[in-house]
Design a protein around this ligand. Structure first.
Ligand SMILES: NC(=O)c1ccc[n+]([C@@H]2O[C@H](COP(=O)([O-])OP(=O)(O)OC[C@H]3O[C@@H](n4cnc5c(N)ncnc54)[C@H](OP(=O)(O)O)[C@@H]3O)[C@@H](O)[C@H]2O)c1
Length: 324
């Protein structure tokens, strides 16, 4: 089978297509034949040798993470054989392959007729979007600011904020095309956060302040987001697409503002039952076509370098899929 890996850090050209043996699913695992693979922005940072921590080591040679939609071809020992033949979605640390091994516990059954793009969001992008809104304790009618809202997770967070009863949803992005896109996803207001005065524009749209901010840009965007929070407002940090996590002085929180964080891995470990309920809730929204993933591009597996070039160009409206 074919697999994408990299043996050195660097530009998208380091991504190489290799022949590899078909992996053997172990106990609790399944083998999936991929139909589509959703790409993750974080892999562009990992590929450049960034975003590694002691808790998240990524030694070379390295595979790409991704969210796979596919059909179960085989199961490991002591794993339900009834899964064979099922169409499912799963996150994988070695996802850009023809055949993928995935953890049976976190397989998401894909309803008949659901498009591959939306199905690809069910294991990670949609649970993160839902998780950050819940971590921000969004209440009915509250104002939400979604940063990087045209991205794979961001555009789902805009849709989910509305589904969960948010009042005004303000969405930021870096281009006019992206701002048109986020409004089409349900945002009431679009603000270009590459403009120096973006916080003033947010305050114009939300004179009383924003109740919940969702941020995965980090750095300066994170720091300046505190200034647009309403009293008792909550900022949820969940990534650092800018390459800088950012830091906040504790004294800045005295104005009745709080900051929290979210990691899907931590949420699944802390309360697996709640995480599984979240997957069922999201699958229901997707089945009802309330939640849809916009697919910006669909490229063959052989063009994974191009997938990464697109992600790094910051052009994507929604998600990019690779197809074996
Ligand atoms: N906490 C978790 O459990 C978890 C899980 C998965 C992913 N994440 C994080 O969530 C974030 C979004 O992931 P995604 O896959 O949905 O990516 P994405 O939003 O599709 O792509 C990243 C976006 O970040 C924005 N961005 C802001 N500053 C940037 C900069 N300096 N350089 C490049 N891009 C910049 C860009 O949008 P604009 O052009 O509009 O600025 C870009 O399109 C990532 O930071 C990822 O690491 C967190």
């Amino acid at each position: 089978m074919r697999r994408i890996r990299y043996h050195s850090y660097g530009s998208p050209e380091v991504l190489a297509l290799e022949e590899a043996p078909v992996p053997d699913p172990k106990a609790g695992q399944v083998l999936l034949r991929a139909e589509a693979i959703g790409a993750n922005f974080v892999d562009t940072q990992l590929r450049r040798g960034m975003a590694q921590t002691e808790l998240y080591p990524r030694p070379l040679p390295r595979s790409l993470t991704g969210d796979v939609v596919g059909t179960v071809e085989a199961v490991g020992p002591d794993t339900d054989p009834g899964l064979i033949g099922r169409r499912v979605a799963a996150a994988s640390e070695d996802a850009f392959c023809d055949l993928i091994v995935a953890d049976a516990r976190w397989l998401v059954p894909v309803p008949d007729g659901l498009d591959a793009g939306t199905a690809s969001a069910l294991p990670v992008a949609a649970p993160v979007a839902l998780g950050v809104l819940r971590a921000g304790r969004l209440a009915h009618g509250e104002t939400v600011l979604v940063h990087s809202a045209a991205g794979a997770i961001g555009h789902l967070a805009v849709q989910l904020a509305k589904i969960l009863g948010a009042g005004t949803v303000i969405a930021t992005a870096s281009t006019t095309a992206k701002l048109d896109f986020v409004r089409a996803q349900g945002a009431d207001v679009g603000v270009n956060y590459t403009d120096e005065d973006w916080p003033e524009k947010v305050r114009l749209a939300a004179p009383g302040g924003v109740d919940v901010v969702l941020d995965a840009a980090g750095g300066e965007v994170l720091r300046r987001s505190l200034d647009v929070l309403a009293p008792y407002g909550r900022l949820v940090a969940y990534g650092a697409a800018s390459g800088e996590l950012g830091s906040i002085p504790v004294t800045d929180l005295f104005a009745l503002r709080s900051v929290t964080g979210f990691s899907l891995i931590a949420a699944q470990a802390a309360d697996p039952e709640r995480a599984v309920k979240g997957l069922a809730e999201l699958t229901e929204y997707a089945t009802q076509r309330l939640l849809r993933t916009a697919v910006h591009a669909r490229l063959p597996l052989t063009e994974t370098s191009e997938v990464h070039r697109l992600l790094e160009s910051r052009a994507q409206l929604g998600r990019i899929l690779a197809v074996p």
